[in-house]
Design a protein around this ligand. Structure first.
Ligand SMILES: CC(C)(COP(=O)(O)OP(=O)(O)OC[C@H]1O[C@@H](n2cnc3c(N)ncnc32)[C@H](O)[C@@H]1OP(=O)(O)O)[C@@H](O)C(=O)NCCC(=O)NCCS
Length: 148
């Protein structure tokens, strides 16, 4: 994957959950668990992890987790690329829709997701968000969903 500025990036599957956790926390995400993660993707610049996303599956419900792009590399389409790969992975596993508990709902809406009601379907809930000190202060999350 060649960027316009000559940066060479490789998107590949990874098991480096500690690296993902580090990038996610640096990017302002809350810590969480890797339980039920069925695929994780890393975007690498050489050995450096500069982007990540993971697919969680619980029963027949699929969601995007651990999405982050290193700050200097944002707004170049990398987040969109990660989501496209996660969508592909979810489809291969039989998903007909993909959920996210979105910190940046506008980002997801640009990629074809729509805002979902909390009682809709089997997606994520805001239960944990409501216990978080960032809730409605530095973070205004929303549940979003996309038909695949
Ligand atoms: C959200 C994040 C992954 C986006 O990564 P990115 O590489 O900058 O995204 P892209 O460049 O692919 O952006 C795709 C589109 O979404 C838009 N977009 C990006 N971030 C956005 C945001 N926070 N709010 C609204 N729109 C956004 C872009 O402008 C672009 O639109 P365009 O195609 O019309 O230009 C990145 O900002 C990030 O890591 N943020 C901190 C961690 C985080 O919030 N993760 C999401 C958890 S749910």
């Amino acid at each position: 994957m060649q960027q316009r500025n000559g940066l060479n990036l490789e998107l590949r599957r990874t098991q480096d959950f500690e690296g993902i956790r580090r990038l996610a926390l640096e990017s302002g995400l809350e810590d969480g668990s890797f339980a039920s993660i069925v695929a994780a993707l890393g975007l690498y610049s050489g050995k450096d992890l500069v982007g990540c996303a993971a697919l969680k599956q619980t029963d027949r419900s699929f969601s995007v987790e651990w999405l982050a792009v290193s700050e200097p590399l944002r707004k170049r389409g990398l987040g969109g690329r990660l989501i496209a790969e996660i969508e592909l992975e979810a489809r291969l596993r039989g998903a007909d829709r993909l959920w996210a508990l979105a910190r940046a709902p506008g980002f997801f809406q640009r990629l074809g997701f729509r805002l979902a009601g909390e009682s809709e379907g089997s997606g994520p809930t805001l239960d944990n968000c409501m216990k978080c000190p960032q809730y409605m202060r530095s973070c205004r999350p929303a549940i979003v969903v996309k038909a695949l």
